[in-house]
Every structure is written in C-alpha cells, then in structure tokens.
Design a protein around this ligand. Sequence first.
Ligand code: MN
Length: 475
Amino acid sequence: MDKTDCTKKVWFITGSQHLYGEKTLKQVAANAQTIVKHLNACGVICLEIEWQPTVKTADEVTAVLQAANADNNCIGVIAWMHTFSPAKMWINGLKRLQKPLLHLHTQFNQEIPWKNIDMDFMNLNQSAHGDREFGFICTRLDITRKVVTGYWQDFDVQYEIDVWIRAALAWNDSQTMKIARIGDNMREVAVTEGNKVSAQIKFGYSVNGYGVSELVKYVDAVSDAEVEALVKCYADLYTIPDRSELAMKSIKDSARQEIGMRNFLKDGSFAGFTTTFEDLAGLYQLPGLASQRLMAEGYGFGAEGDWKTAALLRTMKVMAQGLPGGTSFMEDYTYHLESGRERVLGAHMLEVCPTIAAKKPTLEVHPLGIGGKAAPARLVFNSPAGPALNASLIELGDGFRLIVNEVEAVDPDQALPKLPAARAVWIPKPDFHTATRHWIEAGGAHHSVYTQALKTEHLADYADIADIEIVVIAD
Ligand code: MN
C-alpha cells in the first residue's frame, strides 16, 4: 500500500480557560505534551498525533478548529479537557469543524493521591467534570464524535484511538478519491447501480465512466520488454503449472493489460476502478490477473461496474494498512448446505485479491465460460482460516447503508482441484440462517469486501464519520 500520504496527522487539542492562572496552564500544556508523546511512542497508533497549544478562549477555539479545517494534512481532531473549559467557548468553533472529532476522556493522573490530595490537585485534574461540559455541548450541537474513555496509557484506550484514526484516514482519502468505471456496468443488474451524485455529496469520491478504448490505448502502448520483465516477476512470485505456448501467451497478454491499466490509473490519479465482461472491446479478455494484482497494490476494485464496492474496497484497504491479514473484493458464490455445517464459498470468476492468499498462489489459464474471448490468466489460491468479515455498501434512494457480517473463515472440507478461481470458505455469524436472512432483509449486495484485517469497530467508526446507517450481523 503506497497510496496514503504519511504526512497526515491528527491534531490534539487541550481545552482549558484563564481562571487557573499561568502556573496551572503551564502544567496543563506540559501534561498534554507528555500524553501526545506517549501515544506517538506506544506502538498501537498508526498515525502521528500533533500537539496543539492549549485553547483558553472562544477565539482560540475557533482559530484552531478553523486551522484544522484548512490544513490538508490534518485528518481529524482529538479534544481533551484537562481542566474545566466552559463550553459556550466551543460553540462557534465546533459549528465550523469539518474534520472528524474524537473526544478523549482521560485524566493525566492515573490515581488519586489519597494522602496528599489538595486543592491544587483538584484544580489541575478536572477532566471528570471538564469533559462532561464538553460532551454536553457536542450533544447539544448534534455533533458526531467518538468518545474514548479511560487512562491514556491503557492499551484499550490506545486501540480505540487507532481504530478511529484508521476510519478518519479512510474518510480523508475518500474526499478526493477518483473511481474509473471502465465500460459501465453489467446490464440489468440493480445493486451495482446507484446515484453517483449522492455518493459524491456523501463520501466525497467521484465516479466517472471511461470507454474501454481509453484503456486499450494504454495497453497497446506497452512494450514487449516491459511485458517480458513482468512475466519474469510472475515466475518468481507464483507457481505456474502450465507453461505451454498457449498458456504463456495468455500470461503475457495479462502482463500487458496490467502495465497498461496501471499507467491508465496513474495518469488519471484513480484510486479504484471497475470493469465489466460485457464490454471488452479491444481487450484480449476480462482483466483477471491485472485486477488481482492492482487490488493488492491498494486500488479499489469492483466487478461488473460495481463502483460502490470498488470505493469501499479502497476505503477498507486504507483503513487496514499495516494490519495483519488481507482485504479483497468478494462475492457470496455458492453454498454448502449440509444441515448444521452450512458454509459459504466466496469467490469471483477471476478477481480476488491475493492479499488474502494462504500461501503462494498458482498462476493458471482457463477459459472463462462467458463472453466468448480468449482464456484469461488468474491467480488461484485458498484463503486462511480465522476471523473475518464481509461488508457491503448499498444505496437505497434516500441514503446509503453499510451492512457488516462477521464470519469465521474455515479451511475447505477438501481440496478443490477443478476450481480455477481463488476462494475463501466461511461460516457466517451468529449462524448461517440468521446471518443470510438478515443480510438479505437489509438489502446487502452479492458483492462485498472481505477482510481479515479489519474488525466491525473500524467500519462502525467509519459509518459514524460518514453519517450513514450500519447494520451489524454478528454473535
Ligand atoms: Mn460479480
């Protein structure tokens, strides 16, 4: 993942007032800096937190929150009231704040010094009531924020901050995300449609259509030397069981597609794309291997013109960066309905991201069975057992809904020697019947984003920031 700018930061703003005098305010600033330093060094939080000077007046509050809005590198604001900060001071600034907000409800001192506690301690350590005043005005202003409570050195507190930062980072990425919808969508399909204007107003990202001929120009411009070099790279990374002339020709054609597509995406500053097997004019075949490898680089992808899933995949890849486990485009493909042992086999014809591969994929060439074109290359693999989830973003005319189903991935019962598609097998939570019924009743799509890197809390924080509905199906 090389697409996210690591110059991004979260601002840490401490609220106070002038009532306490210089000495206390100096201590407030020093303590806030100690907390920030510790959070930056704890190893749990994926992004740098930047300390900002304590705000003591309404003008200072408004100034710092407007500066946060204006700073492209600031992806969100953490606010903490070390002392009491009368919250009418915050109204003007909070009304204008356009960045995600986390309210950290902590206290610098972990323990009450029972024997020595005096009024100096009481005047300094006021988060218990100071943060309540701040919380009230956020609720009064109907401001969406995440409230994290507890001691700042506790892992759980740091983890919750990291979860929110990942969601805020993805939100920041979404504001300027560009999705290329190559060749429109699969005809007559409902769920892959939706209002792109509504999506741009809600999530910031833009979706625009491009004729396949635009892509073909890039593919045709790729040199033979570039193709040869990439095919060598494939041979290092993957097992290639069939090296016949016919298979290698398809693999070379795939390499050419991949290089052309990457150049097309780079030139247009796209973060995601869709394809459709119903519009392949000028391409030798539906891009399989190319889509798989571009997903692995961090691009969002949706098959059959599914731009919402392409954008969601990109968003979830941004959230998941650096975490163990992969994240892929997915489709509930077929079922194992043995009573009490129900399982879902998730796959797609070609396009499953190799970040979810259990081990070295095989690079295989097989006919697609639809579309009547040449046999395409694709990576084939199983995905490892363990906790995972599926997420689907749908558009309901009057808004968007995110549906999340936690699942337990399992090993396939047997080897699948004749299945030429990458796959994952899972048991949905809380059980097959409940999960599939709720997913269908909620309108969840057949396409989803499958991840072993993210938890429901990441998506819940994202849905809060985006101010959309979320339906969670879990234990
Ligand atoms: Mn599909």
